[in-house]
Ligand binder design. Structure first.
Ligand code: F6P
Length: 342
């Protein structure tokens, strides 16, 4: 069998570990070969491919990023390019395509699958917002990095009796904020799922200082928004991929908070550092298992599916179901933070 792989969307720690796992399983267990398309779907549209064999993937288990490169491609360009992708896959003699990506990449994978292309999706994103899988690799690394950095902010915030707001990634889902907030003992967590009330935030901050505490740590998802009519938030419009352009919600919240409470506020935006560097051991294992099971599924002909973590086992879910909606943080999980808020 000849397997095609690509890595699409924002990169995330563990992508290289998946590539290594697919190649090792395909070559060693089945005597199959693997071709990689560079820069996500763009590599398939432009027929930009490279051989992926064991010498190429040796040593990739621990390396962040993706040796294939990654890119976002506008949804309309993908829709219009499905025919071209089929041509390129045929030209390379690809028997199974394994796209590794988040919502956008997997949606295009589902389109191809619905046209009869043999596809098996592999979910990745630090945001952990893919439906149908308990976790995506990259998430644990992002939470670990964010936690480590927030831990460091406690001491400086305390020394200066400041409010420190930390903006973490999370476009539609607050999983990183929720988990990094719980892990680092944050006093306030704001996620995209629950618009925040600036009045409530001010009350929390004032009450905490009134009780004699010397600092406040707040974790804010980049996709968080204020309750309508409570506080202005600059509108950055949409980018060419249809994503909201963020304008720095934590910074704007911090300025408003300082103005209303008189407390000194500083904001730290963690940004792409959350996606960089080596994956945690958890993500290395999850990525390796996803790659292994995707390669097995390809050889067994389970097309139109996505590998997924269910409890401790790796299973398969229909791609079309996985991309139907995003996995956001449920109210019950947000409620769990209540005892640790303030
Ligand atoms: O989708 C993963 C992610 O890291 C989001 O958390 C973030 O909003 C986005 O990618 C950033 O994308 P880019 O790397 O294109 O700035």
């Amino acid at each position: 069998m000849h397997i095609g792989v690509l890595t699409g969307g924002g990169d995330c720690p563990g992508l290289n570990a998946v590539l290594r796992s697919v190649v090792r399983t395909a070559e060693k267990e089945y005597g199959s070969t693997v071709v990689g398309f560079r820069n996500g779907w763009r590599g398939l549209l432009e027929d930009d491919a490279m051989v992926l064999d064991r010498p190429v993937v040796n040593g990739l288990l621990t390396r962040g990023g993706t040796v294939l490169g990654s890119a976002r491609v506008a949804p309309q360009k993908l829709r219009d390019g499905l025919g071209r992708m089929r041509e390129v896959l045929d030209a390379h003699g690809v028997d199974a395509l394994l796209p590794i990506g988040g919502e956008g990449t997997l949606t295009a994978a589902a389109w191809l699958a619905s046209e009869g292309v043999p596809v098996i999706g592999i979910p990745k994103t630090i945001d952990n917002d893919i439906h149908g899988t308990d976790l995506t690799f990259g998430f644990d690394t992002a939470v670990s990095i964010a936690t480590d950095l927030i831990d460091r902010l406690h001491t400086t915030a305390e020394s200066h009796q400041r409010v420190l707001l930390v903006e973490v990634m999370g476009r539609h889902a607050g999983w990183i904020a929720l988990n990094a907030g719980l892990a680092s003992g944050a006093h306030l967590t704001i996620t995209p799922e629950q618009p925040f009330d600036i009045e409530e935030v001010c009350k929390l901050v004032t009450a905490r200082f009134d009780r004699g505490h010397r600092h406040v740590i707040g974790v804010v998802s980049e996709g968080a928004t204020p309750l309508p009519g409570t506080m202005p938030l600059r509108d950055g419009g949409l980018d060419e991929f249809g994503h909201r352009r963020f304008t720095g919600v934590a910074q704007q919240l911090g300025e408003e908070l300082e103005r209303r409470t008189g407390k000194e506020v500083r904001t730290t935006v963690l940004g792409h550092v959350q996606r960089g560097g080596t994956p945690t051991s958890f993500d290395r294992v999850l990525a390796t298992r996803f790659g292994l099971h995707a390669a097995i599924a390809a050889h067994e002909g389970h097309f139109g599916q996505m590998v997924a973590l269910h409890g401790t086992e790796i299973g398969l879910v229909p791609l079309a179901d996985a991309v139907r909606e995003l996995k956001t943080v449920p109210k019950s999980r947000l409620a769990e933070t209540a005892s640790f808020t303030g």
